[in-house]
Each structure stands twice: as structure tokens, then as C-alpha cells.
Design a binder for this molecule. Structure first.
Ligand code: GLN
Length: 230
């Protein structure tokens, strides 16, 4: 159980909903993160228990000793490296600006002066919005999950949102959300699997070994294909 380094079972925190990385279907958690951590666990001989929560709660829950591993399409950032250690990168991502599909006014972040942008608490998108607010002059609305963020734009409360491009491309392709991407990607980053900093070297080693084995034996590609194949 969580916080007990002798135990063979680790608690993994993931975002409450972040398809294709994690989502509920038929009462079950599915997605790339979920399959990946199960496959790593199987490869390395440990057990995992998945707990879904607001993304902003994952690192605090690790710090409180309630989680051993943090996932959730979590980008490797210098800021987070002050509190967690990351595995080797496992997926390339980065931010896109997203608007309503019938919006013809906004073509890039330069067009956001006086507009309202919705972001998810605790994310790289929220940080990007805050860091660049002075340059572009928008107002920020903070919400707790991606579903609410998409809603804010769909129902006109916000003009735009920031989301990781693999996530928004998947959402647009698999749902009837009336959203589209505006302009070029804003930046690039990589997802990593996190553990509490400086205290979990053995676990981190197992995660990296497992990840390397899955890349080697084709299981990593199988998992990616299962969710992103079409
Ligand atoms: N990749 C982004 C981050 O790490 C968003 C993650 C998420 O919303 N689950 O902040």
C-alpha cells in the first residue's frame, strides 16, 4: 500500500478523465496510462491500484503519502522536478490553443486581447496562460478538469482553452465537441511517470526498466496502437 516501500503494491494517481490516456468506459478505467502502468507492473513483478482524481491533486497526494506513482499525461517540467522524480519520457506532447469550431475571429494566441481563456488547474496550460497573460491581455478562467474546460468554450463562457494537442486531437476525432485547434502548437514537452523526489529510486528504476522492456518487446507500440491506431 501507499507509503510502504516494502510492499509490492503501489497506488497510482491519474487524472479523473483524460482520454486517450485515462477514461472510464463500462465502469472501468482504460487508456494509455492505465495499460502502460499495468504492463510495466507485470513486467517488473509488482501490483498497482489506480486512483482517479483532479489532476491538480496528484502531486499533493504524493506529498501526503497517499500515492506512490503519479501519471495523468503529466508533462516533465523543471518546476515539478523540485518535488518529483520523473521516469524516462514516454509520450511527446505540448500545448495547443483551442476555440469553438465556428469561431473565425481567433487564429492564434495574438488574437486573445480582451478575450477569456479557460485552463485546467495545476496544468502546464494553466502555467502557460498565467506566464503569458501580460503579453496577450486575456482573462483566465480556471476549472478542475478537461470536461469542464471544453464546456466553457462550447457554451460560450470562454473564447478559447489550452489543452495538450494529442488530447484535443483525440477529443475532436472521437466526440461531437464543436471545437477546433487555432494556429500552431505553442510548445513541446514529454509525459513522464512521477514518484516522490529522492525517496523512490528503486521504484523509479523498475518503472524505467519496465518501460524499456515494453519498448523493446513491442508492447509499448501495441498499447499506443490500441488507442491511437485509427
Ligand atoms: N500535460 C499537462 C500537464 O502536465 C496536462 C495534464 C492533464 O491535464 N492531465 O500539466
Amino acid at each position: 500500500t501507499s507509503g510502504n516501500s516494502d510492499s509490492n503494491a503501489y497506488t497510482v494517481g491519474v487524472d479523473v478523465t483524460y482520454p486517450p490516456f485515462e477514461f472510464q468506459e463500462d465502469g472501468e478505467m482504460k487508456g494509455i496510462d492505465i495499460d502502460l502502468i499495468h504492463a510495466i507492473a507485470e513486467d517488473q513483478g509488482f501490483e498497482v491500484k489506480i486512483e482517479a482524481m483532479d489532476f491538480s491533486g496528484i502531486i499533493p497526494a504524493m506529498q501526503a503519502g497517499e500515492l506512490d506513482i503519479g501519471m495523468g499525461g503529466m508533462s516533465i517540467t523543471e518546476e515539478r522536478k523540485e518535488t518529483v522524480d520523473f521516469s524516462d519520457p514516454y509520450f511527446e506532447s505540448g500545448l495547443s490553443l483551442v476555440i469553438a469550431s465556428d469561431n473565425t475571429e481567433i487564429n492564434s494566441i495574438e488574437d486573445l486581447e480582451g478575450k477569456i481563456i479557460a485552463v485546467k488547474n495545476g496544468t502546464t496550460g494553466a502555467k502557460f496562460a498565467a506566464d503569458n497573460q501580460g503579453d496577450y491581455g486575456y482573462e483566465i478562467i480556471q476549472v478542475k478538469d478537461s470536461t469542464s474546460m471544453f464546456q466553457e468554450v462550447a457554451n460560450g463562457n470562454a473564447d478559447a482553452l489550452l489543452e495538450d494537442y494529442p488530447v484535443i486531437m483525440y477529443a475532436i476525432a472521437t466526440s461531437d465537441l464543436e471545437l477546433k485547434v487555432a494556429g500552431d502548437k505553442l510548445n513541446g514537452d514529454n509525459y513522464g511517470i512521477s514518484v516522490l523526489k529522492g525517496k523512490n529510486d528503486d521504484l523509479l528504476q523498475k518503472i524505467n526498466d519496465g518501460l524499456a522492456n515494453l519498448r523493446e518487446n513491442g508492447k509499448y507500440d501495441e498499447i499506443i496502437d490500441k488507442y491511437l491506431g485509427e
